[in-house]
Ligand binder design. Sequence first.
Ligand code: PGA
Length: 242
Amino acid sequence: MGKKIIIGNLKTNMDYETVVKYIERIKNRITYPAVILVPTSLYVPYFKELNIKLAVQNIYFENEGSYTGEILPSQAKSMGIKYALVGHSERRKNLKENNQMINKKIKAGLKENMGIVLCVGETIEEKVLLETEDVLKRQIFTALKGIDDLKNIVIAYEPVWSIGTGKIPTERELINTIKFIKDFVKELKRGQEIKVLYGGSVNIKNIESLTKIEEIDGYLIGGASTKPEEFIEIINEVESLV
Ligand code: PGA
């Protein structure tokens, strides 16, 4: 199996002073090559000195034109950023980002040759109603509509009820859901394989048990990635197992 990918999503968690301290603390300490950091876009230039891969937290679905407040894939790329998160549940919820918009964003990103991390996942209400698989099917089907080549796309399975709550699915649930996603994509896209990461309350306490689940190809880490020591410990733990 290839290296497990570790993505640190810093969201909107730090102000400028904290960012400077954070960078000082992690500088030269992350050598694992499959780490991608996702800073708040405003601070991207400061992160470049770290020499690790960077992603943006969102992209717009056009590659030229005037769209106040947005980041075009072409602009991200011109800053040396090769990856983008698309469809994070916080954007789906707070900005009403829907699967059609997400599909357009993925296409715009792929046009610029960016690597796309498509975030999907069910809410607690959907889980209780046993709708998880239907929700995932809908999200993935529409997000990948008209996209034939998946080589630059990974999926991050992030149950909404797990993000920032300390709760994670059981091992059985994770194995089943991640297999379900992989099989669904394979069927949908003529046998193509896709990597599926897990995200939602990944931390130093649960990373060891998560690394034992072979189906998981990596981790999307929010809160714990904003704590330099914990993030580095998580990376070391994953590195020691691959
Ligand atoms: P969390 O966030 O690790 O703080 O739960 C994960 C995410 O939102 O990507």
